[in-house]
Design a binder for this molecule. Structure first.
Ligand code: 5AD
Length: 542
């Protein structure tokens, strides 16, 4: 066997890659086109289209972006690979919120490179999303095997860019530019999950829940947070555009929609993108959704001052419009900002039955001093006041939060106040994060950076308090009857089914596929760690 030295091996693989790319161009140019079918393009000839594997890091927005990219690629005839080991294209959709998430994606790419480049040099490798946006070309300088770096306003360009790379028309692509109107491009869904790929005629069950992106970007500039730099300024889609997408999803069988945005309560506050329309001034509570789709009323004069002023925030107007959609059973949203929790939104909980009893309200700290340093824009008292109002409006409401421990300058006393807030509010669930220095954020340069060991200790202590409260709150459900929407088989035990209560608690029960999509009552028999177990309730039983 001939032993090839690393340098020449690399050259050989590059030449091989070029030849393969040339063959690919020849093939594509000779045997196009494809035939568009209902749920994607079906290839007319026998050679399979490239397959793509997307690995997602981070939040639900990232999950949603990956889904939209996958749907876009499926529509172009790509298949979805079950793992990176067999994929022609491997994309990592990255998160920058904490250093840990960035390191995970970087390490993954290093491993992927090691595994693919030796035997499959033609595989296209790409970074997308937040880390791609913040690091850009730097990623290719560091990992020259990476072919594509795609920023957060460029997801809709994925198919075009992959086409160019696979056809050998371009060697590397880095696109992290801002693009007007990009907020309205995250719209395709993949309701059949990965199963769309095989085209074997088997029609898998539909998803009954869907995420809808209503806006992009963030203007809050919390001092710890990198998001305004990776996602850009706030840009909102128009109400008609969002309602149309929701109507489409509901017509396909979706029962529950979660509206997504970095700060959904800021929806529409800074105008709309190119595709936007003005908002109806009456708040739209009595207006059928069809009106939002076909056209909108002009803003109303408030009479007193001769100025036009809507009576409800744009976000509540959006909730009103979506609430009108027939067949939609439940509405959720994430994440709101406590600052944006006006009385109109609290009143919406009391008024709109489809709006579920759940609020994820990131507090970040229980200390007013730290909240100020974080640039959060509310005090502990105002935050607690919102929760009290919410609980008055919907006593059953589930409340969750995000908390950062070890923010620069956080003293023992500040941390004690966070512990006392957690005890006071009694969260159903809380996501606790150790502060992570993010480059170019004001907090990274603040004095009093807290040693890693202290961050870890505080993380542990807070988790103990959170878990103890959650155990109590979950335990209180045992013996009670509650409504769930059945989502599908349990991930841990596919022989069982899972559903979600209106207050966002997962319930596992003995059921079957015929329960999927049903709103059903279950009796809770046992509470585990952030999971409830139940039996379908039998009518007439007490
Ligand atoms: N360090 C630790 N946690 C952070 N978060 C955002 N930025 C940082 C950071 N630099 C947390 C916040 C936010 C959640 C999505 O991530 O709690 O609400």
């Amino acid at each position: 066997m001939i032993q090839i030295k690393p340098k020449s091996s690399r050259l050989a693989s590059r030449i091989l890659k070029k030849i393969q790319k040339f063959a690919c161009v020849l093939w594509n140019r000779t045997f196009r086109p494809f035939q568009d079918r209902a749920n994607g393009l079906i290839c007319r000839y026998s050679r399979p289209m490239p397959s793509v594997y997307i690995k997602t890091y981070g939040c639900q927005m990232n999950e949603r972006d990956s889904e939209a990219v996958a749907a876009q690629l499926v529509a172009k005839g790509y298949t979805l690979a079950p793992s990176e080991a067999v994929a022609d294209v491997i994309l990592l959709n990255t998160c920058s919120v904490r250093d840990f998430a960035e390191q995970k994606a970087l390490n993954k790419m290093v491993n992927v490179i090691a595994e693919t480049r030796r035997n499959r040099p033609d595989v296209v490798l790409g970074f997308m999303g937040c880390m791609a946006q913040s690091r850009g070309q730097e990623l290719i300088d560091r990992l020259p095997d990476v072919d594509l770096v795609l920023g957060t306003q460029k997801f809709h360009r994925t198919a075009d860019y992959l086409g160019e790379l696979l056809a050998g028309q371009r060697d590397k692509i880095v696109d992290v530019a801002a693009e007007q109107g990009s907020e309205a491009t995250i719209r395709e869904h993949l309701l059949y999950g990965n199963a769309a790929k095989y085209g074997d005629g088997h029609r898998p069950p539909l998803q009954v829940t869907a995420f809808v992106s209503i806006m992009q970007g963030c203007n809050q500039y919390c001092t710890f947070c990198i998001v305004p730099y990776t996602r850009g300024e706030e840009r909102s889609r128009s109400i008609p555009d969002i309602v149309a997408e929701c109507c489409q999803l509901v017509s396909q069988g979706v029962k529950e929609i979660t509206l997504l945005g970095q700060i959904v309560t800021s929806y529409g506050k800074r105008g709309f993108g190119k595709a936007g329309s003005p908002l109806p001034a009456d708040g739209g509570a009595s207006v059928p959704a069809s009106r939002f789709v076909s056209g909108l009323a002009p803003p109303k004069d408030d009479g007193a001052h001769g100025v036009t002023r809507p009576t409800k925030s744009p976000f509540v107007q959006l909730l009103d419009a979506i609430h009108e959609i027939e067949g939609l059973e439940r509405i959720r949203f994430t994440s709101p900002h406590p600052k944006g929790y006006g009385d109109d939104l609290i009143e919406a909980y009391a008024r709109l039955p489809k709006l579920v009893e759940y609020a994820h309200l990131p507090v970040q700290s229980g200390s007013d001093r730290v909240l100020k340093l974080m640039h959060r824009g509310y005090t502990r008292a105002r935050y607690v006041g919102i929760i009290e109002k919410l609980r008055r409006a919907r006593p059953e409401i589930g409340i969750s939060t995000d908390i950062i421990v070890g923010f620069p300058g956080e003293t023992k006393d500040d941390f004690e106040q966070t512990l006392s807030l957690a005890r006071e509010v009694e969260y159903d669930q809380a996501y606790v994060f150790k502060y992570s220095q993010r480059r170019d954020t004001p907090a990274a340069k603040m004095p009093g950076q807290v040693p890693q060991k202290v961050r870890e200790e505080r993380n542990q202590r807070l988790l103990e308090v959170i878990n103890e409260i959650a155990r109590r709150r979950y335990g209180a459900f045992v013996g009670r009857q509650t409504q769930i929407l059945v989502e599908g088989p349990s991930k841990k035990n596919p022989a069982r089914m899972t559903g979600r209560t209106r207050c966002n608690k997962i319930v596992v029960f003995d059921g079957s596929e015929r329960h999927r999509g049903q709103l059903m009552d279950v009796k809770i028999t046992r509470a585990g760690s952030f999971t409830l177990y139940g039996d379908p309730a039998i009518l007439g039983e007490d």
